[in-house]
Design a protein around this ligand. Structure first.
Ligand code: SIN
Length: 548
């Protein structure tokens, strides 16, 4: 197999302005905002940079909620067992133990910062159920507007802290490092012509990537337009390790808007099935019954695969979600956002079936970190969806993502305090290469949809690799945000396809038509890649050791 090559430097002007802080946090979802607050608790000054407005990003779109073992009949051990089962044998058990043990405290901390969660008549937090969970453990807010409430509370907490300086409309470009290879900041492109417009450098010996997901690598995703995987691409170019990129989670129930729909698609939360809705095919058959003991509430990869199979068998572009038995009161109280989203498209879920199909939703892999959020470059950390802590394995358990952001942000706060830092001048970066023009983005997404989506094979993935190689960089005279993003999408797609080709088995969200079985003998391993000399992708196979 030919090893792909990637650009290791972007074409960018020299920095026209400089800023500095103790810690730079890149991204303003739950992971970035919470990390910024924990860095302040550690006594650090923080520069919080975000690509669009502080409220943009995936967090505010989250519907289901935050998983935490809070109920009397629940325990971190049970949450651990469910997470490991969903992760299909590839979770890092130590990281999962941290997640489920620290989870309830992290949720209480979020509440103390001002987030309001739905409660029952006794005043206790109401807990819902989602796929793969054997207990009710999903805390939610505003019914199905959990992310919006979390974002509101955290943005307000950050705004109250004068030690956090916010820079919006700032796309992070490259990591700055010193002669020892340690982190010394980032370069940024800030939209606008003010004092801090154009390309600048933000200096700090500790940088936390919290840039979220990479959904825009695909043509249909639940992720917003900002999810272009910038943190993973930056880390790759800087020589950091990334892992598990082949495990892209496709959410089973994304509202189907027609065969040509593109970009961000409306999610119909798993919590709707948690309240009793179920899937049916065009003949009205409940096809999840008999597929898995948990039927419609099986882990997400199982449900997505069953839907895809049924769509292939029937030739239909979607299946149906039947939530009519929930009744109008439950829809209004529990799912006001989804109700409005359906009704605005002419579907009334109280009386109508909802057309649904799988679409890209979450990257289980990302920048490889230890259980303190440390990446492989000194001074670089990653938190939330951009990171690969190992908690998700081959398939993330529903509602563990917001929890991961909370729990590991707190751990990073502690690491920032104890890790040794030395401020040095960053090394000048010289050789720069061209960027992919924005016009290539659609072709890239089509390649990934057609050849590297839910269902993959050697031939489809090889076609994807060949097409990606043909998409060439050009020397654009005026690079813009969209060109940089498109270059990032291409870098991630290239490594993702490389991993997917290597992994000759079906596991979790990685589904190979030509290797339909899970192969624990050869593939209970993690694929970890970085860029070597002249941008060559180097991949090592990491044994799981004490992981499960
Ligand atoms: C959902 O509400 O179904 C999504 C929750 C998640 O991705 O964890």
């Amino acid at each position: 197999m030919t090893k792909p090559r990637l650009a290791t430097r972007l074409l960018a002007e020299r920095p026209g302005w400089f800023a500095s802080a103790d810690v730079i946090v890149v991204g303003s979802g739950i992971a970035g905002l919470t990390t910024a607050l924990h860095a302040r608790r550690a006594g650090r000054s923080v520069l919080l940079v975000t690509k669009a407005q502080v409220t943009e990003g995936s967090t505010r779109w989250a519907q289901g909620g935050i998983a935490a073992a809070l109920a009397d009949d629940d325990s971190p051990e049970q949450h651990l067992a469910d997470t490991l089962e969903a992760g299909a044998g590839l979770c890092d058990a130590d990281a999962v133990r941290v997640l489920v043990t620290d989870g309830p405290g992290a949720l209480r901390d979020l509440i103390s910062l001002g987030a309001h969660f739905d409660t029952d008549a006794s005043g206790a937090i109401s807990l819902g159920r989602e796929g793969g969970h054997h207990r009710d453990r999903i805390a939610h807010a505003g019914g199905d507007a959990t992310g919006a409430e979390i974002s509101r509370a955290l943005v307000a907490a950050v705004a109250r802290d004068p030690g956090i300086e916010l820079v919006e409309n700032a796309l992070v470009l490259e990591l700055l490092t010193d002669v020892t290879g340690a982190t010394q900041g980032v370069t940024l492109h800030v939209m606008g012509t003010g004092q801090r417009g154009g390309v600048g450098a933000a200096l700090a010996p500790q940088v936390v990537l919290a840039t979220g997901g990479l959904g825009q690598v695909f043509g249909q995703t639940t992720n917003p337009y900002v999810a272009t995987g910038d943190g993973v691409a930056l880390a790759l170019r800087a020589g950091a390790e990334v892992a598990d990129l082949e495990f892209v989670q496709f959410h089973p129930t994304v509202m189907w808007l027609g065969p040509h729909a593109q970009g961000q698609q409306p999610l119909v939360s798993e919590a709707v099935r948690g309240e009793g809705a179920f899937l049916i095919d065009a003949d009205g058959q409940r096809f999840m019954v008999g597929q898995h003991p948990m039927a419609d509430l099986a882990p997400r990869d199982v449900v997505a695969k069953a839907i895809m199979r049924r769509m292939r068998e029937t030739g239909a572009g979607h299946v149906w979600l039947d939530g009519r038995d929930l009744g109008a009161d439950t829809w209004v109280r529990r799912f006001p956002t989804i109700l409005e989203s359906c009704r605005s498209r002419g579907i009334d879920p109280v009386t109508d079936l909802i057309p649904v199909a799988p679409a890209q939703h979450y990257a289980s892999g990302g920048v490889r970190t230890d259980t303190w959020g440390r990446a492989s470059i000194p001074g670089l950390y990653a938190c939330g969806e951009v990171a690969c802590t190992g908690v998700h394995g081959a398939n993330r358990l529903a509602s563990n993502s917001l929890l991961e952001g909370l729990v590991f942000a707190a751990r990073i706060g502690q690491a920032l305090q104890v890790d040794e830092v030395v401020r040095r001048d960053p090394v000048e970066t010289s050789a720069r290469v061209g960027l992919l023009p924005h016009a290539s983005r659609r072709a890239l997404q089509r390649t990934m949809d057609e050849h590297a989506g839910v269902l993959r094979s050697q031939s489809s993935l090889q076609a994807a690799a060949d097409e990606l190689r043909q998409i060439e960089a050009t020397e654009g005279a005026h690079p813009c945000t969209e060109d940089w993003e498109t270059t990032n999408i291409h870098a991630i797609a290239t490594v993702l396809v490389h991993h997917a080709l290597l992994r000759e088995e079906t596991r979790g969200s990685h589904w190979r038509e030509d290797f339909p079985d899970r192969d624990d003998e050869h593939w209970r391993v993690r694929l970890v890649s970085s860029l070597g000399e002249r941008g060559k992708v180097k991949t090592r196979i990491e044994p799981l050791g004490g992981t499960t």
